[in-house]
Design a protein around this ligand. Structure first.
Ligand SMILES: *Cc1c(COP(=O)(O)O)cnc(C)c1O
Length: 406
């Protein structure tokens, strides 16, 4: 997928557009599975919330992935994409008991992350196998420290509450078949992650009927040249060794599960937008594109750094630009970026636009959400149409003030 391909896609499907490279998704999947090739039973459950287009889910299915979901709607998308419910894990936070029960009926593996719901669920459905999400209270502090912070995180059952957890399991007679953690922090320092894994192993020893251990995600991907990323190969080697030792100790081969989102799809995505206007002020040259945080909010929400390239003039003389959107609020994609000279009408491509980009898009300013395109086997395939005016008004109920009594 080169610049000319992206330019053609923008011409065919309009700008802005999200474009995903299936080959990159596949190679990331292969990289992860190769790093853990010595594990007998490995499950990669793709985190749907990163990029939830059904065609992407189908691609994941063809690769052999399962799904990690956080809402019943994501579960339903997965089922629609053809996943077997047994290959879907549901890891919600703060959802109602009713929703968890509904998901249970669909045959999906549930993962519970608080004691209150665990007790209620276990009392009513003692036979349904449940995975438990723990909070190991581990996060990387700097690059070398292990700090037991995160004590106030809303996710997971604190390891300090294990005795209480065990009482609930015993009293209800419920069946715990998995232990899970997802700390949300990056696996940059492999030792820190392995330290957290030890806490997972320690917790797992309390349960006799486990089938799997789920290590969540945290795989970091590079956003710009020179960024550090998780050394997957080294990580695979070290965790595999430790996992195998644990299984021996435990007395049974368990499944090792991960649930990466960003790692699988971030780098595969490009966001292509057109420059509407070049605006020179006394201090800055702005390049204003036909988009804003309605389409790509991560730079404004998290300060994430998406590289921006001028694909219409890649060999132009580099100059400094602030790339901004067309929303009536500050929506800066990049401040003072060195980009090949931009003219009005040029197309810019934003990197790392696969994960948490389209899925966080909105209709703010009553703009349409963009098209999504999958680049597969050297061809562009439309996998979501750009919205139209009809989409903006579909669920609105128009009151007629001449007839409504107020
Ligand atoms: C978001 C999420 C993931 C995926 O995280 P990435 O950083 O995108 O890999 C995995 N598991 C759970 C429970 C999540 O909430």
């Amino acid at each position: 997928m080169n610049n000319q391909d992206l330019i053609k896609i923008a011409a065919d499907f309009g700008s802005p557009a999200y474009v995903y490279d299936a080959e990159k998704i596949t190679s990331q999947y292969d990289r992860l599975t190769s790093a853990f090739s010595n594990i007998e039973s490995l499950r990669i459950n793709y985190a749907v919330k990163a990029l939830s287009n059904i065609s992407i889910l189908k691609l994941m299915k063809s690769l052999g992935a399962g799904l990690d979901t956080v809402s019943i709607q994501e579960v339903k998308l997965g089922l629609k994409a053809g996943f077997d419910p047994s290959h879907i894990i549901y890891t919600p936070n703060g959802v109602s008991l009713e929703e968890i029960e509904e998901v249970t009926k669909l045959g999906v593996q549930i993962n519970i992350d608080n004691l209150s719901i665990l007790e209620q669920f276990g009392t009513m459905h003692p036979k349904v196998p449940v995975c438990i999400r723990i909070n190991p209270h581990v996060m990387a502090g700097g690059n070398t420290n292990i700090s037991v912070g995160h004590i106030d995180s809303k996710f997971g059952i604190s390891i300090h509450q294990i005795p209480h957890l065990l009482r609930i399991v015993e009293n209800t007679g419920m069946n715990i078949n998995g232990i899970h953690m997802h700390t949300g922090s990056d696996i940059l320092d492999i030792e820190v992650f392995l330290y957290a894994s030890e806490i997972l192993f320690d917790t797992a020893k309390h349960f006799k009927d486990l089938e799997f251990l789920d290590f969540g995600s945290g795989f970091k991907v590079p956003y710009k040249p020179g960024d550090i990323e998780t050394n997957i190969e080294e990580f695979g080697e070290k965790l595999t060794r430790r996992f195998k030792d644990f299984c021996k100790e435990y007395g049974r081969e368990l499944t090792l599960a991960f649930e990466p989102g960003k790692f699988l799809v971030s780098e595969a995505g490009k966001f292509v937008a057109k420059v509407n206007v070049i605006k020179q002020t006394t201090s800055t040259v702005f390049a204003g594109v036909d988009s804003g945080f309605n389409h790509l909010i991560r730079p404004m929400l998290y300060g994430s750094n998406h590289e921006i390239h001028n694909i219409s003039n890649p060999d132009g003389k580099p100059r400094f630009y602030s790339v901004v959107g067309y929303i009536c609020e500050t929506d800066t994609f990049g401040n003072n970026r060195r980009i090949a000279e931009i003219k009005e009408g040029d197309l810019l491509a934003f990197n790392n636009a696969g994960a948490y980009c389209f899925t966080m898009a909105s209709n703010y300013n009553s703009r349409y959400r963009p098209a999504e395109v999958l680049w597969y086997n050297g061809e562009a395939h439309l996998i979501r149409k750009r919205e139209e005016f009809e989409d903006l008004v579909r669920n609105q109920v128009e009151l007629d003030f001449d007839t409504v009594k107020v």
